[in-house]
Design a protein around this ligand. Structure first.
Ligand SMILES: CC(C)(COP(=O)(O)OP(=O)(O)OC[C@H]1O[C@@H](n2cnc3c(N)ncnc32)[C@H](O)[C@@H]1OP(=O)(O)O)[C@@H](O)C(=O)NCCC(=O)NCCS
Length: 251
């Protein structure tokens, strides 16, 4: 899934929300459709994003102070603000690209991995595992796992990575400064594609129960909680949730 696809989805979601929740719904639905149409057009990504950006700029300030119908609840207001910000960010984001990791990426991968691991796991895993996850351990694992790793670059900077082994999406990590903008969707979709390319129909991954942000992210992306199990990491049993998702067969 590319930035353009994500922006099209945000514009479509906005059109649905505005049609249902605003008195001037139809006019706003049309505006958002036009933006989505620019993003569906038979054009290069640059041309499509630039056309959508111009249309969006014309309505952005009005969307920011938009008045929904009086019956709209606070979560609808929140969703409008989130979708507007997401579409803005996606349309202004530098190019997002995927590529296989190279040996020279290992130090950057280790830095993102170590910081992200702490964000998702401190307080959520046995102390023994926290003690085992030293900076050296991340450096060694990042270097050793390069062949399993795909990185995502935003504007030429490595922003995150996904590791896939057979049918398991083993690691999905994004540098904190790039979170919340849709880049993680690009990574996870690539992980799913790689599982399908490995010949599997169902992908799985493990997540610790307390990692609420990651769980929310997976669930929003169509993954289902398939129950609890113990993941053995560095010889230590870690209670986890197993998530699964059917993946399209590779063509
Ligand atoms: C997991 C990760 C890749 C997701 O990427 P992201 O850019 O943060 O994901 P998004 O912001 O698109 O989605 C996160 C969702 O969780 C929600 N969220 C944010 N903080 C939350 C919290 N503390 N509790 C519950 N949900 C939370 C967000 O609102 C969003 O849901 P929404 O789209 O319905 O609003 C990224 O957060 C990360 O690298 N985390 C650290 C490493 C990690 O834990 N990896 C997974 C290991 S299994």
């Amino acid at each position: 899934m590319t930035t353009r696809d994500l922006a099209r989805r945000a514009a479509t979601d906005l059109s649905t929300l505005l049609a249902a929740e605003s008195r001037a719904g139809f006019a706003w639905q049309q505006r958002m459709w036009q933006i989505a149409a620019c993003l569906s057009a038979d054009a290069t990504d640059d041309e499509a994003l630039s056309a959508a950006r111009s249309r969006f700029e014309a309505v952005y300030s009005r969307l920011a102070g938009f008045r929904l119908s009086p019956s709209a609840d606070p979560s609808t207001h929140e969703r409008l603000a989130t979708l507007t910000a997401r579409l803005h960010d996606l349309l202004h984001m530098p190019p997002v690209t995927l590529r296989r990791a190279r040996a020279a990426d290992a130090p950057r991968i280790a830095t993102i991995w170590q910081a992200g691991w702490r964000d998702g796991h401190l307080g959520n895993v046995p102390d023994e595992l926290i003690a085992a996850r030293t900076p050296d351990s991340f450096r060694a694992r990042a270097a050793g796992r390069v062949p399993d790793t795909t990185v995502v670059e935003v504007g030429g900077v490595v922003a995150g990575f996904v590791m896939v082994v057979a049918d398991e999406v083993e690691q999905v990590y994004l540098d904190a400064s790039f979170r919340g903008g849709g880049v993680a969707d690009v990574l996870l979709t690539e992980g799913e594609r790689l599982v399908a390319a490995n010949g599997h129909e169902t992908a799985w991954l493990a997540v610790v129960p307390g990692n609420a942000r990651a769980r929310r992210f997976y669930e929003r992306s169509g993954w289902k909680d398939d129950g609890s199990f113990d993941y053995v990491a560095t010889g230590i049993r870690v209670p986890c949730r197993r998530y699964i998702k059917p993946v399209a067969p590779a063509l």
